[in-house]
Design a protein around this ligand. Structure first.
Ligand code: ME8
Length: 541
């Protein structure tokens, strides 16, 4: 029985539009320069959540992540470690994969830019740009930021320092190839203006226009001769291709673009969403679309720019001793609590704060008090009043039931709306306000009072049914982010974990269900003081 209409399911949509059944989500490919902290783990967690959600909704999904292995930074790092660059990146790529395994990240492709098929495609793309006249040879003189591997003009510097990372820059001159960005500036602006979903959130578009496009796009230097570790220009091998041209194209080479088998490219391109951090917005919102225009390829449907996790004393850095790594949190508090915190605490409008106090508070209030206790109280009442057997749906007994069912419907709509608006922290807020509403329902209906009077038996059945139905719905809603918790909840409720997004339509259909005899807390209350100290210790290590 369908109780509310979620619109056509993707399976129904398939017939209408064959393109709609695919979903391609990407993370940036990481610099393999050491352990990933919680900030860097954020975007992969988010991509994984979106992929799992779309998968539950019936889409054919593909998630791409990987490592960005070329460039001077990597060459230098390898030297520091007494390794060849290839040895260094091999070790780092394994470490990245290990973390994603710990975090149960369900990626489909792990890109390594040192892979031969990628290098070959990048070389071909470069030659095509040369042939088309988009790339020309010249001489470059400018202010170079080594960590960012970027040149800047005098006017782009901020207080004489790199505008991206704030570090020292040096004056350098070299023969180089340039990409004629100016040629595409008007087309890019036109594209921004005619595609409102292209850049999210909207304010990032304004930043690009005001800071880079309006003042006049500079042509981009796309080769280097000052180092070796990169993809060589086929027709002029003393030049190495600029790491960003190499890295950005991974989104299409990973799908087999320019390879013998480009079936994935045909199926999944253009990407539904590229997720990128604010520091790399310019590369994705300006250079990448221009490269794609030059290749005559469609642009990704959306590029979502996220903010950063910062600490009370500013950016995370080893020298400040304020770095926190996801595996440390996972080991002590579990995967789902860690992922919940990451998505819940990073708003779309500003940076998010990581503090040990906040982490412990979210754990104790949201996960333990609100969610875990709701499950526990419900299971114990089903056992106490009905020997563990969940009563069947009894219809609405009163206004409170009516209000609760409306809340159930709203929770799904609100969650989906927030996701569609790229408000991921708010999407969790929507679920948790539903959890609070359900907790309040227990107080409003006072089942322990209903249980005393035989005449209110039907009301008691309805009350317990609603609690179980809400918990089942909550388990489905949190599933894209917290699958283990969702599994655990469904198991305790005596239900199958074989659920899809469409299962949300079965709110009134729960039948023949028996909950477990004794509920098991899914999150145990933490001793706040002790745990705040424990997290502070992790940061010092
Ligand atoms: O930028 N909070 O790689 P990367 C949130 N190789 N996100 C953070 C963060 C923080 N504190 N610190 C870093 C690169 N990030 C390039 C990408 S894509 C074609 C090439 C994010 O390893 C950062 O914003 O430096 C970026 O999105 C991601 O971590 C990887 O950063």
């Amino acid at each position: 029985m369908k109780i509310f209409d979620l619109g056509p399911s993707p399976t129904e949509k398939k017939e209408e539009n064959i393109m709609d059944k695919n979903y391609y989500v990407t993370t940036p490919i990481y610099y393999p320069s050491g352990k990933f902290h919680i900030g860097t783990a954020y975007v992969t967690t988010l991509a994984d959540m979106l992929k799992r959600l779309k998968k539950m909704q019936g889409y054919d999904c593909l998630m791409l992540t990987g490592v960005d292995e070329h460039g001077q930074k990597i060459e230098d790092k390898a030297k520091d470690e007494n390794m060849s660059p290839q040895e260094y990146v091999d070790v780092q790529a394994d470490a990245a994969k290990k973390l994603w395994k710990t975090m149960k990240i369900d990626y489909d492709i792990f890109m390594r830019t040192t892979d031969e098929y990628h290098c070959k495609a990048v070389q071909e793309i470069f030659e095509r740009f040369l042939k088309q006249g988009d790339i020309y040879k010249g001489e470059y003189e400018g202010w170079y930021c080594k960590p960012c591997e970027s040149y800047f003009t005098e006017t782009q510097l901020v207080d004489g320092k790199c505008p991206d990372c704030g570090r020292e820059v040096t004056k350098m001159k070299e023969e180089a190839y340039f990409f004629n960005m100016k040629k595409y500036a008007d087309r890019l602006l036109e594209y921004y203006n005619t595609h409102p979903d292209f850049i999210k959130p909207e304010y990032r578009k304004t930043e690009m226009i005001n800071n880079f496009i309006k003042p006049g796009l500079e042509d981009l230097c796309v080769t280097r001769t000052s180092f070796d570790w990169g993809i060589k220009v086929k027709s002029d091998p003393k030049h190495v291709i600029y790491v960003w041209l190499d890295a950005l194209t991974n989104y299409i080479t990973a799908l087999g673009y320019l390879s013998d088998d480009d079936s994935k490219f045909k199926k999944y391109w253009p990407a539904d969403v590229h997720l990128v951090g604010k520091d790399i917005a310019r590369f994705h919102l300006i250079y990448w679309p221009i490269f794609l225009m030059a290749l005559d390829l469609p642009l990704p449907k959306t590029i979502f720019v996220h903010n950063w996790f910062v600490m009370k004393d500013g950016k995370m850095s080893k020298s400040k001793g304020n770095v926190i790594y996801p595996d440390q949190l996972i080991e002590r508090y579990g995967l789902d609590a860690t992922k919940y915190f990451l998505i819940r605490e990073l708003p779309t409008s500003q940076d998010g704060l990581f503090s040990p106090e906040e982490f412990v508070e979210r754990y104790n209030f949201d996960l333990c008090n609100d969610l875990s206790n709701l499950l526990n109280r419900t299971i114990s009442m089903v056992n106490k009043y009905f020997d563990g057997k969940v009563p069947e749906y009894k219809g609405l007994q009163n206004e409170v039931d009516e209000d609760l069912e409306k809340a159930s419907k709203d929770a799904i709509t609100n969650f989906e709306n927030e996701i569609n608006n790229f408000e991921f922290a708010n999407s969790l807020k929507a679920i948790w306000s539903y959890i609070s509403r359900t907790n309040k329902y227990i107080d409003e209906t006072s089942p322990w009072v209903l249980a005393k009077d035989e005449e209110s038996k039907e009301k008691l059945k309805s009350c317990i049914y609603h609690l179980v139905a809400n918990l089942r719905e909550i388990a489905i809603l949190i599933r894209p982010l917290m699958e283990d918790t969702s599994d655990n909840m469904l198991r305790q409720l005596g239900m199958s974990n074989n659920v899809t997004w469409d299962s949300l339509k079965e709110y009134k259909d729960i039948k023949n269900t028996k909950v477990i005899e004794k509920g098991e807390p899914i999150f145990m209350r933490l001793n706040a003081e002790e745990e705040v100290e424990a997290i502070k210790d992790m940061m010092k290590k």
